[in-house]
Ligand binder design. Structure first.
Ligand SMILES: NC(=O)c1ccc[n+]([C@@H]2O[C@H](COP(=O)([O-])OP(=O)(O)OC[C@H]3O[C@@H](n4cnc5c(N)ncnc54)[C@H](O)[C@@H]3O)[C@@H](O)[C@H]2O)c1
Length: 389
């Protein structure tokens, strides 16, 4: 086990499942964070990850009480996010949580208020908007490359999870669904680029009442009931006046829509999948051919995932490193609880509108997170400079 640094942020992971592998591996990239312990409701999962990453396996309660843990990284399932984050804040720990912040905006508000009252920092995934493509798009928008954004589209469409995730049932219950599960990537990127949303209208349906699990694992060839809409089309009215169509569906086999396109008074901007940190941003100035901005050579733009045969950039943990820097410099984290709460309120409004068939106002007013500059982005990397072997 490596020596303890007093200057680094001591991280304790709660929830040692699928996504924990990415965070645990990426932690070594960042100079100011240090993995110290992990916990899971299943002691076997905690023991497995602890042995893989040479950290201590603890019970959840012991991790929350541990003096070496400064920040709890909450990688549990959505239904457990609120309880684990609230307990961690109550124990005096900073928190960074996987998305969504909570399964309801009222629970999200309690977390934001609790952190503020205790003077602790609360951060939330996604941090993908801090990746190379997100930074490029934000710089172009700030420079006025497309003028004032007028309209645009964002589409997250696919077949769902049951063909690859061994226990996908939770994705199809309230708190899951394509809006709550994938919406955070698209909506956080849109708020990063356009500012806050004022109002939404949506229609929500489900393509199938039951889903069959075909992924390898204990539930293979069993079916489960779908408990939340799986196909949601929404209209987002931003406070800036921009209006965006956002489609989120797990009832689509194949499609040709770009993940995000924004159209303004001076041009159009095309973004890659906001669930990745890299990819190519393209700009058309007043209808000219697309000019491409690849991100492979920029911080957090190089392909590094899946580890065996990388085809995309995955630097989850970047938001924790930014939060760590925020702590030492006295600023707010960029992937903040406030931003995640606004996104949660948008998602809740989308589902509420889908049910009521009325437009629904979004009340939280968050600002755009400050642009992460290229120098600061690079400075978050530790000695190994972005290379993991
Ligand atoms: N799997 C992915 O590719 C992926 C990608 C991005 C984000 N996420 C998000 O990460 C989170 C976790 O997803 P996952 O795929 O890793 O799920 P998972 O089911 O593989 O892992 C979750 C882990 O949390 C543990 N857990 C559940 N409740 C707990 C509690 N109360 N206390 C302690 N441990 C508890 C479970 O035992 C499990 O090991 C979700 O919010 C999901 O939206 C997942």
């Amino acid at each position: 086990m490596h020596g303890r640094s007093k200057t680094k942020l001591g991280v304790g992971v709660v929830g040692c499942g699928n996504i924990s592998m990415t965070y645990l591996r990426n932690a070594a990239l960042f100079g100011e964070v240090e993995l110290r312990a992990c916990a899971d409701i299943s002691p076997d999962m905690a023991a497995l990850r602890a042995s893989e990453y040479d950290i201590r396996a603890l019970s959840v309660d012991a991790l929350l009480a541990d003096a070496e843990i400064d920040l709890v990284l909450n990688l549990t399932i959505p239904a457990a996010h609120f309880d684990i984050s609230f307990s961690a804040l109550s124990a005096g720990k900073h928190v960074f949580t996987e998305k969504p912040l909570a399964t309801s905006a009222s629970d999200g508000r309690r977390l934001v208020a609790e952190a503020a009252e205790r003077g602790l920092l609360l951060g939330s995934a996604p941090d993908t908007f801090l990746g190379a493509a997100g930074r490029r798009a934000r710089r172009l928008m700030d420079e006025g490359a497309i003028g004032r954004a007028v309209t645009g589209t964002a589409f997250m469409m696919g077949r769902g999870m049951e063909h690859w995730h061994p226990n996908p049932q939770f994705y199809y219950q309230p708190g899951g669904g394509p809006v709550f599960d994938m919406g955070p990537y698209y909506l956080t990127m849109l708020v990063n680029l356009l500012g806050p949303v004022a109002r939404v209208m949506a229609m929500a349906t489900r393509g199938q009442e039951e889903r069959l699990i075909t992924a390898e694992g204990p539930y293979r060839n069993t079916s489960f009931k779908v408990g939340t809409p799986t196909n949601v089309l929404s209209l987002l009215e931003f406070r800036s006046g921009a209006t965006i169509t956002f489609g989120a569906s797990w009832d689509v086999f194949r499609h040709s829509n770009h993940p995000i396109e924004l159209h303004g008074t001076e041009g159009s901007l095309r973004l890659p999948d906001p669930d990745t940190f890299g990819g190519t941003v393209s700009l058309s100035e007043r209808g000219a051919d697309w000019a491409d901005f690849p991100s492979e050579s920029e911080p957090y733009g190089a392909r590094n995932w899946p580890f065996a045969a990388p085809d995309r950039a995955n630097y989850r943990m970047l938001g924790v490193a930014d939060l760590s820097r925020a702590l030492t410099t006295g600023r707010k984290p960029r992937a903040s609880g406030d931003l995640a709460l606004h996104v949660l309120e948008i998602m809740e409004a989308i589902l509420a509108s889908g049910e009521s068939r009325e437009s629904v106002a979004v009340n939280t007013k968050v600002g755009q997170p400050p642009l992460l500059g290229e120098d600061e982005a690079a400075s978050l990397l530790g000695d190994i400079g972005g290379n993991l072997t």
